[in-house]
Design a protein around this ligand. Structure first.
Ligand SMILES: C[S@@+](CC[C@H](N)C(=O)[O-])C[C@H]1O[C@@H](n2cnc3c(N)ncnc32)[C@H](O)[C@@H]1O
Length: 217
């Protein structure tokens, strides 16, 4: 590790710290976010063409991925936490769903493949890492591919919501940030509502951004 540039070392440390953090959380509380898909993902799934190749980044224990696989999509999940991926494997086996599981840092993963859609819910990286994540999403999608994304926005912390999310607002996401990065994309959905979460330990009113954005064809 000693001869790697500082930036690469810091990133590796952050990814391994995140893996440990989430391994412990999922280890203590399996099915932390439940086994049902997130409501926004379920509501937007009709936009996916039949048998789409779908990639879920930061998929946790696979609740969205399994739901999408059971709709007939070909689903790959990426997560940094091996314990999360064990949970996804368990849920997939229980529901008889087929998933491809990959352990990787989503902001650094270069598989050399492309997907029709990327789904991501509550993947909250540091501000210095997010531009790379947004770029990875762009690179991983085919032309015309869809991003279905859901994140807490800063008001989740600054306005005292208690339904979950990172402890500080710097990891949270605004619509402006997404619009700025995906300036030439078509946003079919771009909302910053107060929603109600029923996602396992994330329960109650929440300040979120939710997007369905399409990469130029
Ligand atoms: C709040 S959980 C959400 C899990 C899932 N999306 C859901 O809604 O049930 C965040 C997930 O992102 C994963 N994660 C955090 N940083 C990551 C990174 N850099 N690359 C891939 N996964 C990451 C964590 O391991 C965890 O499973």
């Amino acid at each position: 590790m000693g001869d790697r540039p500082m930036g690469a070392r810091r990133q590796a440390d952050e990814a391994s710290e995140r893996a440990t953090f989430w391994d412990e959380k999922f280890g203590r509380n399996p099915e932390l976010f439940g086994t049902a898909p997130n409501a926004f993902v379920a509501a937007q799934a009709h936009r996916l063409a039949p048998e789409s190749r779908v990639l879920e980044l930061g998929a946790g224990e696979g609740r969205n991925a399994v739901f999408l696989a059971l709709l007939g999509h070909d689903v790959t999940v990426v997560d940094v936490s091996p314990v999360a991926l064990d949970g996804a494997r368990r849920l997939a086996d229980e529901k008889n769903a087929d998933l491809t599981l990959v352990r990787a840092d989503a902001s650094r993963w270069h598989p050399g493949a492309h997907w029709d859609a990327v789904v991501t819910t509550f993947l909250h990286l540091l501000p210095e890492d997010r531009p790379r994540l947004w770029q990875r999403i762009d690179d991983l999608l085919v032309p015309g591919g869809l991003l279905i994304g859901l994140f807490f926005r800063p008001e989740q912390r600054t306005e005292g919501y208690t339904s979950g999310g990172p402890p500080t607002p710097d990891r949270l996401v605004t619509l402006d940030e997404l619009h700025a990065h995906y300036a030439d994309w078509t946003f079919h959905v771009a909302e910053a509502p107060e929603t109600h979460l029923s996602d396992g330990m994330m329960e109650g009113p929440a300040a979120v951004v939710q997007v369905v954005a399409q990469k130029p064809g």
